[in-house]
Design a protein around this ligand. Structure first.
Ligand code: ADP
Ligand code: MG
Length: 460
């Protein structure tokens, strides 16, 4: 990937994002490096970086990939005079926290060159993590692990839907461990990066140093482990690394988008290993937590957006209406900030409604299990009572499994909750149904088509 290639990609974005967006956000981007699957862009301010990441990140990633670049993640950095230093040489005042600059990345380790970890986000600390009912267990467990000392549960397995704070908590643990014991080798990386490293080591015929590297860490954190599902060689290697570290009594922290038993394509012995410590889930947010997070973000960014006024009731409105995930909520707030700064007046409820119309509309569409059941029984021309009822004949059982699968995919209901809505079935029955459809989807084109039709009808 050369700078010309990036230049061409940048140009091509002009067509899709529109003139204004292009000059505001895309034009200032400078591709500065591409290594280990991470494309690093220089941006004039961190705000621009955050904005681009939220609003155009996926598009840029897509374009880079189709131009042949092996990129799994984008990073936005404000170039500075001094080289990016490891925190061990960073004065205390610059440590992350409420006042830390937005996403200045740093690695919590002394021998930066050697350790295989990914950079940590300076905003993701315990100080900035808002605790509420839905995440209190995960938070407490994370705090406990962050104290260091004796390993009480290994691994700590955090799971939950997208945007609920898994990555935030993991980074917070890493920062805190590093603060308490600067010499500790803490390594955080995504499962995807782990695989990338592994494949690279295979290619370079350098498995020895790969193994040594990972076995020498004190704390290993692997984010989004569902990624290695179905990737057998990577899984195998991960398993060995995992066991080696557990045997040495080193702390491991794992995250995934679902519970260990619910990840299809992961070997049983790995599942049982993953479950052998503490499994803590992050539940979907509730109103109080969302409001708390919004208030916290307003505080956090008040330095950056001086003099910005938000009218009473606006935050409450957002917390009430945007219930999907925290990332969306945060994105909405950032957009309001940017908009408020642009127009230079107080952000009122009307302004918010205007400016966030698309996000609000998208959040409105909450698909329910009941809706799915109705659509599915219509589609297969069977009675709702038969779909939900006990009969096991194929004509009812298959649509039932499809409805369970869609419920898992399109709602935030847990397996037990879905089971209850299907005539009080056990969660293992639901899981079995979901898995069955997951398999059939790839082998049976009729089922794949039915799923697609139903999904579209439901999301319309
Ligand atoms: P996940 O890894 O679960 O998909 P992230 O950890 O990336 O989610 O969180 C998405 C965004 O929401 C981040 O910017 C994070 O800081 C924010 N966020 C999530 N939960 C909380 C919380 N409880 N308090 C403050 N910010 C949160
Ligand atoms: Mg994450």
């Amino acid at each position: 990937m050369t700078n010309e290639t990036w230049g061409a990609i940048r140009e091509s974005l002009q067509g899709t994002v529109g003139r204004n967006n292009y000059t505001n956000w895309i034009e200032p981007l400078e591709l500065s490096a591409l290594r280990d699957g991470v494309a690093v862009f220089h941006v004039p301010t961190q705000f621009i970086g955050n904005w681009v990441s939220r609003n155009f990140g996926d598009q840029i990633l897509e374009l880079l990939r189709s131009a042949g670049a092996a990129v799994s993640r984008l990073e936005f950095a404000v170039p500075s005079e001094k080289p990016r230093a490891a925190p061990s040489t960073t004065p205390a005042a610059e440590r992350p926290g409420r006042s830390g600059s937005a996403t200045r990345a740093a690695r919590p380790s002394r021998d930066e060159a050697e350790l295989p970890g990914a950079p940590l986000d300076a905003r993701f600390t315990f100080e900035t993590f808002v605790v509420g009912k839905p995440n209190e267990l995960a938070h407490a467990a994370a705090r406990r692990v962050a104290e260091g000392g004796t390993v009480t549960f290994n691994p700590l397995f955090l799971y939950g839907g997208v945007g609920l704070g898994k990555t935030h908590l993991m980074h917070a643990i890493a920062w805190e461990l590093q603060r308490r014991s600067p010499d500790l080798k803490v390594v955080y990386l995504s499962a995807e990066q782990f695989m990338y490293r592994f494949v690279q080591a295979l290619r370079d015929k350098d498995m020895m140093s790969f193994k040594q590297l990972f076995r020498s860490v004190d704390v290993l954190m692997v984010d989004d482990v569902q990624f290695i599902a179905g990737k057998d060689a990577t899984q195998e290697e991960f398993f060995h690394t995992f066991n080696a570290l557990v045997d040495q009594n080193k702390q491991i922290i794992i995250s995934a988008d679902r519970a260990p038993t619910e990840i299809p394509g992961i070997e049983d012995r790995i599942v049982s290993r993953l479950q052998s410590g503490l499994v803590a889930d992050l539940h979907p947010t509730n109103y109080e937590l969302r409001l708390g997070i919004l208030q916290q973000k307003v505080d956090q960014y008040s330095d950056q957006f001086r003099g910005l006024e938000i009218a009473d009731g606006v935050l409450e409105f957002l917390a009430h209406r945007i219930s999907t995930n925290v990332r969306v909520l945060e994105g909405a707030l950032m957009r309001l900030f940017a908009f408020g700064e642009l127009v230079g007046r107080e952000i009122t409820l009307e302004l918010a409604q205007d400016c966030l119309a698309d996000i609000l509309r998208a959040s409105d569409r909450k698909i329910t299990v009941e809706e799915i059941q109705r659509k599915v029984s219509d589609h297969f021309n069977i009675r709702l009572s038969d779909l939900i009822g006990p009969k096991r004949v194929r004509t009812f059982a298959r649509p039932r499994q499809i409805a369970m699968y869609l419920s898992k995919q399109l709602t935030s209901r847990s397996l037990p909750e879905i089971g209850r809505r299907f005539g009080g079935r056990d969660h293992t029955t639901v899981m079995h149904g979901v898995r069955r459809i997951e398999e059939l989807k790839t082998t049976d084109s009729q089922i794949a088509e039915d799923l697609e039709l139903l999904r579209r009808a439901l999301e319309a």
